[in-house]
Design a protein around this ligand. Structure first.
Ligand code: 13P
Ligand code: SF4
Length: 305
């Protein structure tokens, strides 16, 4: 089967089986094309809470599928590729953060959505990269413990100077690998281009940026800008999607290190096999985990409006 034949089969199967397909913007183009919803983590969470189909198939990473299950416990939620985890979400667990919390009893615990469902059960509110500044500003408490990403946390700290934000030493190994040398080389090669970066990059890299934002934020900025050239400082799939969306503009990669193996693990065949009942993994969470983790996701949606 070629790509379009496979896509056609997937579209038929998902209709027959009442499946809604969600795809994060880091997924391959051929997967985004057959998805009902695409976007950044925040948009996918909001979309997932409104899905009317009986079944959800997540093309992304495990914490995203868990978020869908938490928001729609009555639905069958499948992760298209079971090995697709998130290196950042796996860095901190419930036992570690329970210990850390003892030193910060009066702090509101803000968890980046890139955390496990189990860890979310002991946090107060979730944020995504696109909603973090607004949500932290909307939290009444001045004292915040922000986990796990110290780079996104530094960005939020800068944007919310009235808050007292404690950071831990976690982050995305993919985005954190980009260096200021990479920025200087890309700027030199493309002097007319604007630099758009994800806040998971280090503060040193972000300091050079013309725009800092989530995956959707970066895409919207580039699409709506009058500028013609952009250096993209997030997972390389975003530059590819943008090139198709704006053929009259040019998109350059900030660094070849910006490839997330977890996000790249899902193939169109995985989606097909999963719909055929021959692959993927059903996300199962117990009722207690769902209800405790849901509090902080509901809080995110409430404070993000
Ligand atoms: P967004 O919230 O921008 O979708 O980012 C998710 C992610 O995993 C970035 O590495
Ligand atoms: Fe996780 Fe980083 Fe991959 Fe995003 S890019 S899914 S934060 S490992």
């Amino acid at each position: 089967m070629n790509v379009s034949e496979l896509q056609q089969k997937i579209l038929e199967l998902k209709k027959q089986k009442d499946v809604c397909i969600l795809a994060h913007s880091y997924q391959a183009r051929e997967i985004c094309e057959i998805a009902d919803y695409t976007g950044d983590s925040y948009k996918l969470s909001v979309d997932a809470s409104k899905v009317s189909n009986k079944n959800i198939l997540m093309c992304g990473v495990r914490f995203m599928a868990e978020t869908c299950k938490i928001l729609s416990p009555e639905k069958t939620v499948m992760l298209a590729q079971p090995i697709a985890g998130c290196a950042m979400a796996d860095q901190m667990d419930k036992a570690l953060i329970s210990e850390v919390k003892k030193s910060y009893p009066d702090h509101t615990v803000v968890a980046y959505i890139n955390t496990t469902a189990e860890l979310k059960t002991i946090c107060d509110v979730c944020v995504t990269s696109s909603s973090a500044v607004q949500i932290v500003n909307n939290i009444e408490n001045k004292d915040i413990l922000f986990i796990p990403d110290c780079n996104l946390g530094s960005y939020v700290k800068q944007q919310c100077p009235d808050k007292n934000i404690k950071l831990l030493n976690g982050g995305c190994p993919i985005h954190a690998c980009v260096s200021t040398d990479d920025v200087e080389a890309a700027r030199k090669a493309h002097p007319e281009a604007e630099l758009l970066v994800h806040p998971e990059c280090t503060p040193e890299v972000c300091a050079y940026a013309d725009y800092i934002g989530s995956t959707s934020g970066i895409m919207n900025y580039a699409v709506n800008s009058d500028k013609k050239e952009f250096i993209i400082g997030t997972e390389i799939s975003i530059a590819e999607h943008l090139q198709y969306m704006c053929p009259d503009k040019k998109f350059y990669l900030l660094s070849l290190k910006l490839i997330c193996p977890n996000m790249k693990a899902t193939t169109l065949y995985d989606v097909y096999n999963c719909l055929n009942g021959d692959g993927g993994e059903e996300i199962e969470l117990d009722d207690e985990t769902i209800s405790s983790a849901k509090r902080c996701i509901d809080e995110m949606i409430r404070l993000g409006q």
